[in-house]
Design a protein around this ligand. Structure first.
Ligand code: CP
Length: 294
């Protein structure tokens, strides 16, 4: 099976991924090992930059006893004009067992999946989806709250360009949480039915998830002065005080400290789940590799 979007997973598969992620996280912490992917070959195709997703898929495959080959896109024949489809046909002939792809174009993982004989996992496509990020976010929340019932999650920032917000807005309500999307008016999608300001979204929330302004996807710069975004839309101590007492803070990374989030909040060991998100990133991707190869 392919893992291209949250909708490509049924409820039982989502439950299995979250449960297996808890198992793998505990095993990783205690130095356990697995050979579930022994003899299996994972291809990483990252056409957009990545630290967390690329490294955690590689680490996940290694921890399951598999092998990883990463296409160095900048040195590849993409630079000579090869199409995505021709690259996919070429790589398919090398017989990988799983392909993990990140691409700047919405729908690129689907186009590759139509060619590959192996399962394909979407590691983020344009502004569309980032399903494994949403799964690791859910696993992180569940580890702290136990369940999603009654949970209000504020997702704030550049919603317009965020595949993370999109996948989380699909996944979290399925699990029982309420999602509020908030951000600057110019960074909210035109078709959103109930947009919030950042302050409205955060009011009384259990979790505040902040998102980076994706300036690389903006047609025009915001033209904001230094410190202006943080003051008007970012997560400051004053704004976090509007959430529930002891509300927890998340960020998928990479962060722009002092822009969408005050660095002191990101580093607060009592409130910030950011490092735990990264740890669950490996565990969830181990569970996803197992699932697509099952
Ligand atoms: N959260 C996330 O996708 O981070 P990277 O871009 O570093 O992979």
């Amino acid at each position: 099976m392919d893992l291209l979007s949250i909708d490509s997973l049924n409820d039982a598969q989502i439950g299995t991924i979250l449960d297996r992620a808890d198992f793998h996280l505990a095993a990783n912490r205690s130095g356990g090992s697995s050979n579930a992917l022994a003899g299996k070959l994972v291809f990483n195709l990252f056409y957009e930059n990545s630290t967390r997703t690329l490294m955690s898929f590689s680490t996940a495959a290694h921890r399951l006893g598999g092998s990883v080959v990463t296409l160095p896109v900048e040195q590849s024949s993409v630079k000579k004009g090869e199409t995505l489809e021709d690259t996919a046909r070429t790589l398919n002939a090398m017989r990988p067992d799983v392909v993990v792809i990140r691409h700047r174009e919405n729908g690129a993982p689907q186009r590759v999946a139509e060619i590959m004989d192996s399962p394909v996992i979407n590691a983020g496509d344009g502004t569309d989806e980032h399903p494994t990020q949403a799964l690791l976010d859910a696993a992180t929340m569940r580890s702290r709250f136990g369940s999603f019932e009654g949970l209000t999650v504020a997702i704030c920032g550049d919603i317009r360009h965020s595949r993370v917000a999109h996948s989380n807005a699909m996944l979290l309500p399925r699990l029982g949480a309420k999602v509020r999307l908030g951000g600057p008016p110019m960074l909210m999608p035109d078709d959103l039915l109930a947009p919030h300001s950042v302050d409205e979204a955060i009011e009384g929330a259990d979790v505040v998830m902040m998102l980076r302004v994706q300036r690389e996807r903006l047609a025009e710069d915001l033209g904001d002065a230094p410190g202006e975004y943080l003051a008007r839309y970012g997560l400051t101590a004053e704004r976090l005080a509007k959430a529930k007492p002891n509300a927890l803070v998340m960020h998928p990374g990479p962060m722009n400290r002092g822009v969408e989030i005050d660095g002191a909040i990101a580093d607060d060991p009592h409130r910030s789940l950011i490092t735990l998100q990264v740890e669950y990133g490996v565990a969830v991707r181990m569970a996803c590799l197992e699932l697509v190869l099952a």
